[in-house]
Design a protein around this ligand. Structure first.
Ligand code: GDP
Ligand code: MG
Length: 176
């Protein structure tokens, strides 16, 4: 593997239990568990990703837990962010509304502009439970926010690598 040229801080934000930790775990370790493990404080993992043949970036993936209400923790969490995955849960409509608050809070807390990808996670549940959220809504929202919308499943792994790859390419474009 080639030497990483860039180091990026990537944050994964959104309401509780939408699958933030699961997406990171799927991406970094290619593992998944249905057993819910509450994230305590802030957690982070690193992964070097080949975003193009012969070109790699080192990602530090920041995962926030239920303590996001503590302002001090939040400030250090957001500091130096290069890009964000903003996640909601396709099986719970209220997470779509809450996800928007997370995005606007992040935009207010982070001084520079940064690329964002909106993630509708748990796409594997849709065949079972049907479409809870009209897909036009996240698509329109992402368009208005000038970002892209991707549906993922941390459970099956569907689109997870694509989401991280797309965001990494956008960070390379923006910060190189
Ligand atoms: P977080 O609070 O946002 O970090 O959410 P977690 O990653 O801890 O996941 C919350 C719960 O949803 C756990 O029980 C996970 O196993 C489950 N989960 C996460 N991603 C998926 C997914 O893509 N599909 C399904 N069916 N369950 C998921
Ligand atoms: Mg978590």
């Amino acid at each position: 593997m080639s030497e990483p040229v860039y180091t990026f801080k990537l944050i994964v934000i959104g309401p509780a239990a939408v699958g933030k930790s699961s997406l990171i775990r799927r991406f970094v370790e290619n593992k998944f568990s249905l057993h819910y493990k509450f994230t305590i404080g802030v957690d982070f993992m690193t992964k070097t990703l080949d975003y193009e043949p012969g070109k790699s970036a080192k990602l530090t993936l920041w995962d926030i837990g239920g303590q996001e209400r503590f302002k001090v923790l939040r400030r250090s969490f957001y500091e130096g962010t290069n890009g964000a995955l903003v996640v909601f849960d396709l099986s719970r409509a209220n997470t779509f509304t809450k996800m928007k608050e997370w995005l606007s809070d992040a935009r207010q807390s982070i001084e520079r502009d940064f690329p964002v990808i909106i993630i509708g996670n748990k796409s594997d549940l849709i065949p079972e439970i049907g479409e809870i959220i009209d897909r036009k809504e996240p698509l329109q929202f992402a368009q208005a926010e000038n970002c892209i919308y991707i549906e993922t499943s941390a459970k099956t792994g569907d689109n997870v690598d694509n989401a991280f790859l797309d965001l990494t390419r956008k960070m390379v474009d923006k910060f190189s």
